[in-house]
Design a protein around this ligand. Sequence first.
Ligand SMILES: Cc1cc2nc3c(=O)[nH]c(=O)nc-3n(C[C@H](O)[C@H](O)[C@H](O)COP(=O)(O)OP(=O)(O)OC[C@H]3O[C@@H](n4cnc5c(N)ncnc54)[C@H](O)[C@@H]3O)c2cc1C
Length: 411
Amino acid sequence: MMSADISTANNSYDIVIVGGGMVGISLALLLADQHNWKILLIEAQAMRNASEVTYSPSFDARSTALSWSSRKIYQSMGLWPELESSLSDINQIHVSDYGRVGITRIDAKAANVDALGYVVENQRLGAALLGKLDSSLVEFRGATRVQAVKPLISGMQLTFDDSHSAHAKLLVIADGAGSSTAQALGISSQTKAYQQSGIIANISLAKPHQGVAYERFTDQGPLALLPLTHFQGRPRSALVWTLPVDKAEILMQTDDQEFLEALQERFGYRLGAFEAVGERLSYPLALTTASEQVRSNLVVMGNAAHSLHPVAGQGFNLSLRDAASLANILGDHPETIGELATLQRYYSEQSADQRNTLLFSDNLPRLFGMSSPVVAMGRNCGLVAMDLVPPLREQFARFGTGMNAVGVRHG
Ligand SMILES: Cc1cc2nc3c(=O)[nH]c(=O)nc-3n(C[C@H](O)[C@H](O)[C@H](O)COP(=O)(O)OP(=O)(O)OC[C@H]3O[C@@H](n4cnc5c(N)ncnc54)[C@H](O)[C@@H]3O)c2cc1C
């Protein structure tokens, strides 16, 4: 039920964003230089300083493959130059199947793009994003949680755990999968658990990776090694290793040497011998979607709206396209930022992109993750066919770059 408006000038904002992860900060930056909006960004975790961004889950030891569409968006925000020294270009994607001969190589040149993607360590992305946040345009409050949220006639009323409150014409919820803020408003989330975990770690290599991203499909799940910038002169790749939950738990208990041996056995020697492994983290993998994304004065965004299997490296790229689309539409309709019609315009612009990306991310591990010999033979032919049929390959490559996306207007 809606309550009466109790806002004051001090605590009244045009836009409040809950969640200062990759998506929340990116959206704040996209909105910051438009229409002098008064913007508040709330993050549950404490921030030490902008150059040391280590809070999780957004800015932990993971790396992110940014797509071409993300590059365009960050370029339009003037963020790309700050990121460039932290990025490793993906010049080729090498797709293979454990124990079978089918190999597909997707080249940036063949797809007629500069690169198929750009890999950045999340902490460096976080440092660049926070470094760009201008406190005169966005009020950032760390170590603050939303305690209560209430729809009003003219917006949303928020109460924080430090007993402060705020009124927002538009509330954007970007506080991650299974969002507690969305739940407080009666928005549920559906979760499809993959019964798998994703282990991530940085791996030091004996041989340079030459900008090749490896996707290897095994009977236990896909494994990716993405090229990273060198560290102390040594080549590195970022590992995302998807495994059944029990197998991942066992691997997380092994010492570094045992872990590297197990990885080498699964991956082979295309990158030479694996020399060292950095911090290991394990994530339970699930497809989570929110039951609603827009209401009057409300948008649910990022992992709070849709959290995907990481195998195709699409989750953040999709959310950044969502954020750019929302920022464009709000910028075009500054007088009606909380109105349902404006927010529905955003959702209808992005829904096809969301649907396609969800389906792609959901199907890919299933297609390549089955162990039946018949399916295995079929998918092997599929990989070989993809190698022989350029349009198929190109489609795969272009999907990875985000070029097929609907609604990328930024830049
Ligand atoms: C192993 C792995 C690899 C991945 N690789 C890729 C990739 O290569 N490319 C890609 O595009 N995507 C990738 N993803 C997906 C990507 O990480 C997510 O899309 C992204 O983290 C979503 O960011 P977010 O800001 O929506 O949510 P989160 O990262 O979950 O951030 C939410 C933020 O909200 C804060 N918060 C929570 N509750 C509250 C509250 N009540 N009040 C205030 N703040 C709150 C949290 O502290 C956090 O900072 C990967 C994911 C995984 C698991």
